[in-house]
Write a protein of this length. Structure first.
Lengths: 115, 114
C-alpha cells in the first residue's frame, strides 16, 4: 500500500508569494495531521482533522496559515503571504484511530525555503 | 502543560555499543508514551510504544519501559548498528490518549560509526 504522499518534496519561493502544500493520506485513515519541523522549535503540530473536519487548529501560527480537507483523500496547507521565518520541513501524517492504539504514519515531508 | 524532555544530542557511538537515550515527561493523567525514529530525508516512523505504567515497548532490538514513579521512558538497545543512525523522538499523547495530539521532544541525533 502507498504511504502518505506529500507534494512538492521541495519548494523554494520568494517572500510574499502564496505557497500550497499537498497531502494524500493513507486510504481508510480517519485522521490527518499537519506538522512543522525546525531546528529552533522542533516538531510542532499545526492542525489535525477527523473525518475531514478540523478538530484542533491551536498550533496554526497565525492567520497567514490555513488548512483544508475537502475530501478524505486530499488536504492542503496554504501560507499567504509567505515569510522567511516560515522556512521549515512540513510533514503530513495520517492515522486510523486514537493514537493510544494506532500509530500515525508520516509522509516524507515538504522542505520549504522562503527567500 | 504536558511536555517531554530528551537528552541533548548528538550521541556518537561505535557499532555494537550499548545505547541509552533519556526521556522524561510531565503530564497530568495517564498519557501513552512513544518513541519515533526519523531517518535522513524521511518522515517519522513509530518505533515502539507503551500505554500504561510498567509496560515495556520493544521493536527491532530497542526497548523502553514506562516508569511512572520517575516519569521516564528511556530508550535502550544492547548493540547498535550503523543502520540505527537517525534522529529519535520521544513523545506522549496529550489528555491520556483521548485525543490524537502527540507532544514530541526535541529529538536526539544518533550517529553510529563502523
Amino acid at each position: 500500500d502507498a504511504g502518505v504522499i506529500q507534494s512538492p518534496r521541495h519548494e523554494v519561493t520568494e517572500m510574499g508569494q502564496e505557497v500550497t502544500l499537498r497531502c494524500k493520506p493513507i486510504s481508510g485513515h480517519d485522521y490527518l495531521f499537519w506538522y512543522r519541523q525546525t531546528m529552533m522549535r522542533g516538531l510542532e503540530l499545526l492542525i489535525y482533522f477527523n473525518n475531514n473536519v478540523p478538530i484542533d487548529d491551536s498550533g496554526m501560527p497565525e492567520d497567514r496559515f490555513s488548512a483544508k480537507m475537502p475530501n478524505a483523500s486530499f488536504s492542503t496547507l496554504k501560507i499567504q503571504p509567505s515569510e522567511p521565518r516560515d522556512s521549515a520541513v512540513y510533514f503530513c501524517a495520517s492515522g486510523p484511530g486514537t493514537i493510544a492504539n494506532q500509530p500515525q504514519h508520516f509522509g516524507d515531508g515538504t522542505r520549504l525555503s522562503i527567500l | 502543560g504536558n511536555s517531554v524532555t530528551q537528552m541533548e544530542g548528538p550521541v556518537t557511538l561505535s557499532e555494537e555499543a550499548f545505547l541509552t537515550i533519556n526521556c522524561t515527561y510531565t503530564a497530568t493523567g495517564y498519557p501513552s508514551l512513544f518513541w519515533y525514529v526519523q531517518y535522513p530525508g524521511e518522515g517519522l516512523q513509530l518505533l515502539l510504544k507503551a500505554t500504561k505504567a510498567d509496560d515495556k515497548g520493544s521493536n527491532k532490538g530497542f526497548e523502553a519501559t514506562y516508569r511512572k514513579e520517575t516519569t521516564s521512558f528511556h530508550l535502550e538497545k544492547g548493540s547498535v548498528q550503523v543502520s540505527d543512525s537517525a534522529v529519535y523522538f520521544c513523545a506522549l499523547s496529550d489528555y491520556g490518549g483521548a485525543t490524537n495530539k502527540l507532544i514530541f521532544g526535541t529529538g536526539t541525533l544518533l550517529a553510529v560509526q563502523p
